[in-house]
Structures are given as structure tokens and as C-alpha cells.
Design a protein around this ligand. Structure first.
Ligand SMILES: Cc1cc2nc3c(=O)[nH]c(=O)nc-3n(C[C@H](O)[C@H](O)[C@H](O)COP(=O)(O)O)c2cc1C
Length: 217
């Protein structure tokens, strides 16, 4: 399958077959997809909670009430659910850990290169913290990049996915004790294989015409 076929055939799964599990080897690949998602200044301001047990999925599904109830069955029927979380703080400990990892991974030939990277990342963190005052929104944008990367990765592996913004983030944070871990939930993805009830599988995809979304100059 070429890239065009992949992006035009991937779709949101609206109902999962609860009897079908994603193979462990494919789960490992999805974890790698998440780990290697790009982020501004390599800030990686995230953590991904991967729920594969019935108990963990039930804990998540139980938070989907009221206006979010339409997503509950997807969570219960999915093989796995990923809660994409943002770090509440981009503190010195996190930034130091990222820099140390880059050093351990061999990215700095000289101490000056390491200092330059620390300064560059520090500039953007200070910009968003002190001037733009939008760290949570900036962090959310990075988490959404991981979301897009995960959706494409799942499609490439033949795994069906349902991205979900229709979630009770405050309820999830409480149910999963995320605040105590310095995290907050942002968005979620159910993963698995569609069932016969997946009405979206037989619907044609719909997008605005190319000329209205892309301009070439
Ligand atoms: C950020 C985001 C949040 C979404 N939230 C939900 C959701 O809560 N429940 C749902 O059934 N679909 C959800 N969707 C699926 C979209 O409706 C779907 O991606 C869109 O209609 C395009 O269809 P396609 O994914 O099949 O190409 C979401 C998609 C994105 C990207």
C-alpha cells in the first residue's frame, strides 16, 4: 500500500470487535511510534497510559457518562486504549532529563553543542511560560502531534483506531490519579479491530476539495 492509499483508507473506527486483541509485537511497535513522535525542541512533554486490561479499560469507560457516553462502548470493545497525557510542568527536572538523554544518545560532539541545545530549548520554554503564558496550550499541541503520529502508525499496521476528544478529562485525571503523577489527560485513542457494527467502515471518506485546503505558489 502506498502513502496515498494509506491516508485515504485509514478511518475512524466507531465500533470494535471485543474478541480481537492486538498482537503484543504490534503493541510494542505502537509504543515505539509514541516514543518517537516529534515535539517542539524535542521537549517530549507527555506520558502515554496504555490500557490493555479489562480492569483498566473499565476504569476509563466508567468516566464516559452524559455527553461523552457515545464513546463508552468504543473503550470497552477496544483491544487497547491510549490516554495521551501532558506534563503539568515543564520543570528543570524534566528539561535536565531530556538533555541528559540527548547526551547519552550521542547528539553532542562538544560541551558547546550541549549548552546550545539547552539554551535553545530554554528559550522556547521561557517564551511560552513568561511572555506568551500559554504553556498548557503549547504542550497540548505537542501531544496532538503524538496523536497524529499514532493514528498514522496504527493505520500502517492495519490496526483500527478511534481518536477521542469526547472525554471527561477531569474525570479521567481523578480516576487514573494523574495529577499526583504531574500529568493531565488531553486526548484518547481506542485501538483494535472494527466489528460489523462499525458504520463508518462502509461510508465514503469526505474531505474538502484539494484547492480549498492547499495552495501552491
Ligand atoms: C482530535 C480528534 C478528536 C476526535 N474525537 C472523536 C470522538 O470523541 N468520538 C468519535 O467517535 N470520533 C472522534 N473523532 C473522529 C473524527 O470525527 C474523524 O476523524 C473525522 O470525522 C474524519 O473521519 P476519519 O477519521 O474517518 O477520516 C475525533 C478525531 C480527532 C482527530
Amino acid at each position: 500500500m502506498n502513502l496515498e492509499q494509506l491516508v485515504t483508507s485509514r478511518r475512524t473506527c466507531k465500533a470494535f470487535d471485543p474478541s480481537r486483541r492486538i498482537e503484543p509485537a504490534l503493541i510494542e511497535q505502537l509504543k515505539t511510534v509514541l516514543r518517537f513522535a516529534p515535539s517542539s525542541v524535542n521537549s517530549q512533554p507527555w506520558h502515554f497510559l496504555l490500557a490493555g486490561s479489562d480492569a483498566a479499560k473499565a476504569t476509563i469507560a466508567d468516566t464516559l457518562k452524559g455527553g461523552y457516553a457515545y464513546n463508552e462502548a468504543k473503550v470497552r470493545g477496544a483491544s487497547h486504549v491510549v490516554v495521551l497525557c501532558a506534563r503539568r510542568e515543564l520543570d528543570a527536572a524534566h528539561l535536565d532529563a531530556v538533555l541528559a538523554q540527548e547526551a547519552a544518545d550521542g547528539r553532542f560532539a562538544t560541551p558547546e553543542a550541549k549548552a546550545g541545545q539547552a539554551n535553545s530549548r530554554g528559550f522556547y520554554v521561557a517564551l511560552h511560560r513568561d511572555q506568551l503564558k500559554d504553556v498548557p496550550a503549547w504542550v497540548d499541541r505537542q501531544v496532538y502531534l503524538a496523536l497524529g503520529t499514532l493514528l498514522m502508525g496504527a493505520a500502517a499496521l492495519g490496526i483500527d483506531a478511534c481518536p477521542m476528544e469526547g472525554i471527561d478529562t477531569a474525570g479521567l485525571d481523578a480516576a487514573l490519579d494523574l495529577e499526583a503523577q504531574g500529568l493531565r489527560s488531553v486526548v484518547m485513542v481506542a485501538l483494535g479491530y472494527g466489528s460489523a457494527q462499525d458504520f463508518n467502515a462502509s461510508l465514503p471518506k469526505s474531505r474538502l476539495p484539494m484547492a480549498s485546503v492547499v495552495t501552491e505558489r
